[in-house]
Design a protein around this ligand. Structure first.
Ligand code: ATP
Ligand code: MG
Length: 194
């Protein structure tokens, strides 16, 4: 599961655990993005903070792991490169890339999307505010097999986003129960998002 994870929250964790169980995945590897190509303009916390928060958040789940491979790789973080690298390291293995409804609806614009979909299937999890009904049609347009490589998966709806959490911290509003307490403590102690 890739993401900026700035910060990681229960929306990410519920999606990952639900996909793990449903598709009988051996484990879920959280890969914080180094330099997300679609977020280049925005202010993003340092990779060290995002790695630390992700590690804290997944600590209690034996099936969850974290990888710093995107953060270590220089240049923009392309999922294609990440999936190739993971497959090479973990071979022989099948990879399922877990992504939310908002992100999956943009994959046609991703770097080398055809090659990416040849390398791995996508598990597209539902997310409040994003309608995935048109997704299959949209993906079928370039080629029928593109749509076949994306598997929709319904997860308990959590209308939580990192941007909302950052906004709440800035405004002094509560973030309790939106993310693990350990991550909340980390945000407070480092003074993030002020
Ligand atoms: P931001 O608001 O900064 O974009 P975010 O909450 O969308 O943050 P990301 O790190 O951008 O978090 O998301 C990583 C992945 O997790 C994406 O594929 C995204 O669609 C998915 N995701 C994030 N929040 C949820 C949620 N509440 N429910 C389901 N999927 C989610
Ligand atoms: Mg996002």
């Amino acid at each position: 599961m890739g993401g900026t994870f700035d910060p990681i929250h229960y929306g990410h964790l519920v999606a990952a655990e639900s996909a793990r169980f449903e598709f009988q995945l051996e484990k879920v590897i959280f890969v914080p993005a180094g330099c997300p190509p679609h977020k280049r303009e925005a202010q993003i916390s340092t990779p060290q903070h995002r790695l630390a928060m992700t590690s804290l958040a997944i600590a209690s789940n034996p099936y969850f792991e974290i990888s710093d491979l995107e953060i270590k790789r220089p240049g923009p973080s392309y999922t294609y490169d990440t999936v190739r690298e993971l497959k090479a390291r973990l071979a022989p293995v099948d990879i399922f890339f877990i992504t939310g409804a908002d992100a999956v609806m943009q994959i046609l614009s991703w770097y080398r999307v055809r090659d990416l979909l040849a390398e791995c299937c996508f598990i597209a999890v539902t997310r409040p505010g994003y309608d995935m009904r048109g997704l299959k049609e949209m993906l079928r347009r370039p080629a029928a097999w593109v749509a076949e490589r994306v598997i929709p998966h319904e997860v308990p709806a959590l209308a939580i986003s990192s941007s909302d959490i950052r906004r709440r911290v800035r405004m002094g509003r509560p973030i309790k129960y939106l993310l693990p307490e350990s991550v909340e403590d980390y945000i407070r102690s480092r003074g993030l998002y002020k």
